[in-house]
Design a protein around this ligand. Structure first.
Ligand code: SAM
Length: 319
């Protein structure tokens, strides 16, 4: 689970264009000899930018739950001794940091949420409604046993509706879930192409800027990978392991993720709100917000349309 690099280079060579690199470097407040965590290595865009700003005593520890991401970072970890890459999930962040004896030393952590371009573009990973592939959607096939296909084969219509509503904010969740259940009685749904066509036919409202299966695919992916639970655990762990004055940066790409980050930051910037007549010293806020939210520039959005929905939030640890 917390294994270090054991993989050879992956067969996929696609790259990921990192989002808001300039803003992230600026707000991480990098110190030459600081220790930093990239919780979402992907293809290493943010890690490489951080390393470029560090001196010989600076360090970066990166995680990713996807074995392909770990394989893609193998060479960098071999050649840059300031860098370590670990196959682990957000929920294991504290364990990893303890193993490395980094508790209390960390000056900054970046989470760049969601899926990477290679995950989306590699049809065999089963995330894409554009390219046909096996209906998989697991970011970490070594840890997650249930694929999207196996879940859709056994979940009730109510369960599917609930997931599409909650994680996709899909208005036609019930209709789509019913269509899935009807079709699976005739033939198993095993490919992304099959699922995309079923959703397309069942969804009466096509948004001009979105494929009709966008929301449902997002919802099923979030469910299969327990993404929101992982995010909550990751944020709590990040706050515990950061040093005082350290920065926590989170880049999110849809409102469900951003809402969790916004609430977490808000709660931790409030401190205790005790009634005046209680003779207890109220705890001071654990975080402060040096900036309100940041968005990518128009130039970046033009160059990299996948950045258009990005929201970057920045917090600093007080105590
Ligand atoms: C948007 S990509 C990161 C891209 C990266 N910043 C870059 O510049 O290449 C998100 C990455 O986070 C990973 N990820 C998502 N949820 C995770 C979790 N709970 N634990 C560890 N990694 C996770 C995904 O596997 C994916 O590789």
């Amino acid at each position: 689970m917390l294994s270090k690099l054991q993989h050879t280079d992956p067969t996929t060579t696609e790259s990921h264009v990192p989002v808001m690199v300039h803003e992230i470097i600026q707000h991480l407040n990098l110190k030459n000899d600081g220790y930093y965590i990239d919780a979402t290595f992907g293809r290493g865009g943010h890690t490489k930018a951080i390393l470029q700003h560090l001196g010989t005593d600076g360090r970066v520890l990166a995680l990713d739950r996807d074995p392909d991401a770990i394989a893609a970072g193998y060479k960098l970890a071999q050649t840059d001794l300031r860098f370590n890459l670990i196959h682990a999930e957000f929920s294991q962040l504290q364990t990893v940091v303890k193993q490395y004896n980094w508790m209390g030393k960390i000056k900054g952590i970046i989470f760049d949420l969601g899926v990477s371009s290679p995950q989306l573009d590699t049809s065999k990973r089963g995330f894409s409604f554009i390219q046909d592939g096996p209906l998989d959607m697991r970011m970490n096939p070594q840890n997650t046993t249930i694929t999207a296909a196996s879940w859709l084969a056994q979940a009730s219509s109510q369960e599917i509706t609930q997931v599409l509503r909650q994680f996709g904010e899909e208005r036609y969740a019930k209709r789509i879930a019913q269509a899935i259940v009807n079709i699976r009685h005739q033939q198993p749904i095993q490919t992304t192409g099959q699922l995309a066509s079923i959703i397309k036919a069942a969804n009466p409202a096509w948004e001009w800027d979105k494929h009709p299966a966008t929301r449902s695919f997002q919802a099923i992916r979030i469910h299969i990978n327990q993404e929101l639970e992982e995010l909550k655990l990751g944020l709590e762990a990040a706050l515990d392991i950061l040093s005082i004055g350290g920065r926590l940066l989170v880049l999110s790409f849809h409102s469900l993720e951003d809402r969790i980050v916004k609430r977490f930051f808000r709660n931790k910037t409030r401190g205790d709100n005790l009634p005046r007549n209680i003779p207890i010293q109220a705890a001071a806020p654990q975080l402060q917000l040096p900036v309100s939210l940041l968005r990518p520039s128009m130039t970046e959005i033009k160059m990299n349309p996948r950045s258009r929905s990005a929201i970057l939030r920045v917090a600093e640890k007080n105590l």
